[in-house]
Design a protein around this ligand. Structure first.
Ligand SMILES: *[C@@H]1O[C@H](CO)[C@@H](O)[C@H](O)[C@H]1NC(C)=O
Ligand SMILES: *[C@@H]1O[C@H](CO)[C@@H](O)[C@H](O)[C@H]1NC(C)=O
Ligand SMILES: *[C@@H]1O[C@H](CO)[C@@H](O)[C@H](O)[C@H]1NC(C)=O
Ligand SMILES: *[C@@H]1O[C@H](CO)[C@@H](O)[C@H](O)[C@H]1NC(C)=O
Length: 760
């Protein structure tokens, strides 16, 4: 059991920066030869003698097992149940005609003062919403739970809870029904799957957030305005969620070692029954095809009930093709960008050289020259150079600034070690992929760029009495250029369906200030006993709830829009250039970003309220999409709970999914030659006044001709019009194998933009 737990712990938590590259293990408890499975049942086959599906599911279990005990019986998110089964029992189930799929349990990981202002969302949006209130929209958050005492969940000024709400506020030892109010209208926890896997939970099973992640994402999506919010005086200002008046329903599915599919699906079941409008999922892990991924499957059912689902793109960037989950075309996939805010700190060496970096620390700067030592020179044994616990000589560290090498532990933890030995400051290089993200350090710290490291090390090696100062410069705003793509944000091309461009767009995800739990300090260290009401963290976990809140705003202004129309509005109004016309910079390359990093671009909420035209989609369009992917009837039913026969005589094409972006893929044909012509068909719906739109196209690949037919569309109110884009390749492909472009429809006022990626 112990060994198993270690293995489990290795996959830890959160789409925060701290643990990136989450390896998704299919974890199985070894004790009694049973593992958890999620069983998808063809409900249409239910014999009429059963008055309720739960009785039928029990009888199915009984037919193959001595136990008829389920973990969960699902109703809305999937048709089926989860249970502990042996391999033999799974074989027996799979051989039944009424069983669609038996999927093993998986572990998923949970992958702002300044952001509302940065997004242009302060005064103007509040005005837009005054007429409407925006308070009828309910955002469901699947995460680590909630810290209800946070001021971000204050319900002052909010009207009665929307009458459609059917959810609950769970009661347990450390959580009360009285912890809910008119802002936090519901809170539940789901742990049966987790406990079946990892054993009983330490402490109480309740919606209370003992981690901080769920409180932060909920606050970002729809937290109330809190004046004077800050972390140790940094990023001070008004913290507020994107949808100030929207209601929050917290569904705790993540526990100290991760989040189990069976619990996630149970929570989505509740989200649907409870009448949530927007579902925010800052979790990742379900790599693979849609019919094997609990989040993709549950999200489809949510979409089917009109719920907008927003998911994190993942923190596996900047490697190409690093986006490998949360890419279903029925969810919004959100990458991360920076804000215009920074926390500069510099280190000044005794030789007069100054290296700028960043840091957050609650105390004073080291303004006087202070002895500076390379951790190697204070090392007792291997690991000392990285400032690991018990590896440094306290006598050599005491009273000094220590330069710690990268590796094995986080910079925050190294600082903790240095401080515990009497050290007074730390210098560290930026950690891979964390270019611009800060953490709350335990002592004066400067996190400097890689280019500074050689110089600093040389100074430390060759100077007989090295000294340094570490100076924090507080919070700086108005940083340009901004936004930039965060280095960690996962990149396309999409591996699962290359013809769908992912991520869809980016939103703020670096150094985001939002509410925090009272249970943990601001860093990810267990030893961190500091208490903060707000914390600054980074990750696509943070960009996802920004989008969830913005989707809620659109929903409140346009209550009848479909999830696809809301996504389209957010995407076609996103911007991919700065006001000077230059493309958004990718912080990984310091060069222009491409649609593989930003999708349609950075979200522009005010414009999204009035997009002019939208690319709409109905549930049937997604069924046709699955037919185009050649999903079997069983797989289609697993994903969609529908018996759907693809028409053998119909030509289904992925390129006809009415998506607001274009991913053109030239695949080799049978003869080994590449296809030269790819067509994408789209339909626009006018959601503005009658008018005439003209198309324009730009691209950086002259060897691919892009034709739009027709190139002028005149719309009456609410009218739909279709067009076809033909991509004709001639000549050799570019050496990179990729090219990009942009297509937009404009009536002179509204610009309806779509990114184009072309892959050879
Ligand atoms: C729950 O409510 C009861 C009575 O209202 C109160 O005595 C108790 O302290 C509350 N517990 C928590 C954790 O708030
Ligand atoms: C630190 O270690 C390096 C390499 O071993 C050595 O050259 C240098 O003199 C040491 N510096 C101090 C201040 O001890
Ligand atoms: C650092 O981590 C590596 C890889 O996990 C491990 O092999 C090594 O022993 C660690 N070093 C120390 C000093 O703990
Ligand atoms: C930056 O992008 C341009 C245009 O795509 C390209 O020509 C150039 O090589 C890139 N520079 C770097 C340093 O990657």
């Amino acid at each position: 059991m112990n060994m198993y737990l270690n293995l489990f712990a290795a996959t830890l938590f959160v789409l925060l920066l701290v643990q990136r590259d989450v390896s998704l293990a299919t974890v199985e408890r070894i004790d009694n030869q049973k593992s958890t499975y999620i069983v998808h049942v063809a409900k249409s086959e239910m014999p009429i003698i059963f008055n309720h599906h739960s009785n039928w599911y029990k009888s199915i279990l009984k037919s193959i097992s001595t136990s008829e005990e389920t973990l969960y019986t699902y109703e809305k998110a999937i048709h089926g149940f989860s249970a502990r089964l042996t391999k033999e029992e799974v074989q027996l189930l799979r051989s039944r005609a009424d069983i669609l799929e038996v999927l093993p349990e998986k572990i998923y990981t949970p992958l702002t003062t300044r952001s509302p202002h940065f997004l242009g969302l302060d005064k103007r949006a509040d005005k837009v919403l005054e007429s409407n209130g925006g308070s009828d929209v309910i955002i469901g958050i699947l995460d680590t739970g909630i810290w209800p005492e946070s001021k971000s969940f204050d319900d002052a000024g909010l009207g009665p809870i929307p009458s459609k709400w059917k959810g609950q506020c769970e009661s347990s030892a450390d959580f009360n029904a009285s912890n809910c109010n008119k802002k936090l209208i519901g809170a539940r926890s789901f742990s049966k799957g987790y406990e079946a896997l990892g054993g009983p939970i330490d402490g109480t099973k309740s919606p209370r957030d003992t981690d901080g992640h769920g409180t932060h994402t909920a606050g970002t999506a729809a937290g109330a305005a809190v004046e004077g919010a800050n972390l140790f005086g940094y990023a001070s200002g008004i913290a507020r969620g994107m949808a100030l008046h929207a209601r929050i329903a917290a569904y705790k599915v993540c526990w100290p070692m991760g989040c189990a599919t069976s619990d996630i699906v149970a929570a989505i079941d509740a989200v649907i029954s409870d009448n949530v409008d927007v579902l925010s999922i800052s979790l990742g892990g379900g790599a693979g095809n849609y019919d094997r991924d609990g989040i993709a499957i549950g999200s489809f059912a949510a979409l089917d009930h009109g719920i907008v689902v927003s998911c994190s793109a993942g923190n596996s960037g900047p490697r190409p093709s690093s986006i490998n989950y949360n890419t279903a075309p029925w969810v919004i996939t959100v990458g991360a960008g920076t804000l215009d805010r920074d926390f500069p700190a510099y280190v000044a060496l005794g030789n007069g050289h100054i290296y700028s970096g960043m840091s957050i620390y609650s105390g004073k700067s080291l303004l006087d020259p202070t002895p500076f030592i390379h951790a190697r020179n204070a090392s007792l044994k291997e690991g000392g150079e990285m400032c690991l616990m018990n590896c440094l000589d306290p006598k050599k560290v005491k009273g000094k600034i220590v330069f710690c090498e990268q590796g094995n532990t986080s910079a925050v933890e190294k600082g903790f070690v240095v401080k515990s030995l009497g050290g007074v400051g730390m210098v560290h290089r930026v950690e891979d992929g964390e270019e611009l993200a800060v953490q709350a350090h335990f002592l004066p710290t400067a996190i400097v760029g890689i280019e500074a490291i050689d110089d600093i090390q040389k100074y430390l090696w060759f100077h007989p009495k090295p000294v340094a100062r570490i100076v924090s410069q507080g919070t700086k705003v108005g940083i340009k250029p901004s936004p930039m793509v965060a280095e960690f944000s996962s990149r396309g091309p999409n591996q699962i369906t290359p013809e769908i461009l992912k991520p869809d767009l980016i939103a703020p995800g670096v150094n985001i200030l939002a509410a925090w739990t009272g249970f943990r300090g601001p860093s990810d260290l267990d030893q961190d006993r500091r208490h903060v009401d707000f914390n600054i963290i980074s990750g696509t976990s943070m960009s996802c709830p920004h989008l969830s809140g913005l989707a809620a705003l659109i929903k409140s202004v346009h209550p009848n829009w479909s999830p696809a129309a809301i996504r389209s509005a957010l995407m076609t109004t996103a911007y991919s250039t700065y006001t000077d016309g230059k493309k958004i910079i990718d912080s990984a390359t310091k060069n222009s970003s491409t649609p593989f990093a930003i999708g349609a671009g950075h979200v522009n909420p005010i414009a999204a309220l009035n997009p002019g035209l939208v690319y709409d989609l109905k549930v049937n369009d997604y069924l046709d999409f699955l037919c185009a992917l050649k999903y079997t009837p069983k797989s289609i039913e697993t994903v969609t709970r529908r018996k759907y026969q693809c028409n053998a005589h119909k030509h289904y094409s992925v390129t006809d999914l009415n998506y607001p972006s274009f991913s053109v893929v030239y695949k080799p044909t049978k003869g080994g030659k590449r296809a030269r012509i790819v067509k994408h068909r789209r339909t626009l719906t006018n959601v503005g006044p009658a008018g005439t739109y003209k198309v324009s196209v730009t691209s950086d690949i002259p060897s691919v001709k892009i034709q739009v037919e027709p190139n002028v569309l005149s719309f009456k109110q609410d009218e739909k019009k279709s067009y076809t884009v033909t991509f004709t390749a001639s000549g050799p492909p570019p050496s990179s194998g990729f090219g990009f472009g942009h297509l937009e429809w404009s009536n002179g006022k509204n610009v309806v933009g779509s990114p184009i990626s072309i892959t050879f």
